[in-house]
Design a binder for this molecule. Structure first.
Ligand SMILES: [Zn+2]
Length: 297
């Protein structure tokens, strides 16, 4: 029944979408912005493309293959030749893995990074490429705004310094993830990376409940039980929640409790492990959701 409803909904809304869909390479994005949670398995990559040809990539999946088979083709399908911003939420492999191949495959104007202490080799390689290619490197700091064309503002809500530390006194990768609030008119998207409960609590304290509201939430930490706490979700109040997780992943993401919490705040849940890439198109007032695969949910 749910599936039928979604099919009907898609049939109703798709004709309204003045956007190019996959495979229609010559058309522009139309009047708005497309935010795509790309199907990169148990990892994260979110592509953003605006009507005036601006582009941002938030995380780059696990591997070179993710970059070459999913991420770069997505931007090419929209005729994008340069990323205005390449944002790394935090230097874990499932977020930084495809970055060197992205930098090799498309021009990048600015690289934005929380500059967390790490020994991840792919991250170090990414930094080397950023330097070699003369890409502008920016430290992600709360309060900064990345302007993406005329209509889209991307606010950096997190991290804040000093970094949140774990029980061993070390800066926690996940809880210092770069959190972005993408604003297109009245339509807001929240991208919290792998922020977990402590980070959510600290962000909520800084931002207040009103500052976190977003109609579309890219669910934190692949739907792990340690993220998407109730107070956080009540502040965000998402209508659409999108989870990036790998099919049959060993972590059991997304956790059933998280699915339950999302539904309890009224969110319609989409999952890349079942539906493939999930795209949201916004005209600044309304949004529509397009999914790659229509599978049993
Ligand atoms: Zn992750």
């Amino acid at each position: 029944m749910r599936r039928l409803l979604r099919s009907l909904l898609l049939l109703l809304v798709l004709p309204l979408v003045a956007c190019s869909l996959r495979g229609n390479e010559s058309e522009s994005v139309g009047t708005g912005v497309t935010v795509a949670v790309l199907d990169v398995g148990q990892a994260l990559a979110v592509g953003i493309v605006t009507a005036d040809g601006r582009a941002l990539l938030y995380d780059a999946g696990n591997s070179r293959e993710d970059a070459e088979t999913v991420i770069l083709p997505f931007f090419r399908s929209y005729g994008i030749e340069q990323l205005d911003y390449l944002v790394l939420s935090h230097p874990d492999q499932d977020h930084v893995g495809g970055m060197p191949a992205v930098i090799a495959g498309i021009a990048v104007a600015s690289f934005v990074d929380p500059v967390l202490p790490t020994t991840n080799r792919t991250y170090l390689e990414t930094l080397r490429l950023v330097r070699e290619r003369g890409i502008r490197a920016m430290r992600a700091e709360r309060g900064r705004i990345l302007q993406l064309g005329e209509q889209v503002s991307v606010r950096i809500l997190w991290p804040e310094r000093p970094f949140l530390v774990d029980t061993a006194g070390e800066a926690s990768d996940n809880d210092n993830s770069v959190v972005l609030l993408v604003e297109h008119g009245g339509v807001h998207f929240l991208l919290p990376g792998d922020l977990e409960e402590r980070g959510e609590e600290a962000l909520l304290e800084q931002e207040g409940a009103d500052g976190l509201h977003a109609q579309i939430l890219v669910v934190g930490h692949h739907g792990s039980r340690t993220s998407s706490s109730e107070p956080f979700l009540r502040a965000v109040r998402p209508a659409v929640a999108i989870i990036s997780a790998g099919r049959d992943n060993p972590y059991g993401h997304p956790h059933p409790e998280v699915l339950q919490r999302l539904r309890a705040v009224g969110a319609d849940v989409y999952r890349t492990d079942r539906e493939g890439t999930v795209l949201v198109h916004s005209d600044g007032r309304r949004w529509t959701v397009e999914i790659e695969r229509e599978l049993e949910r």
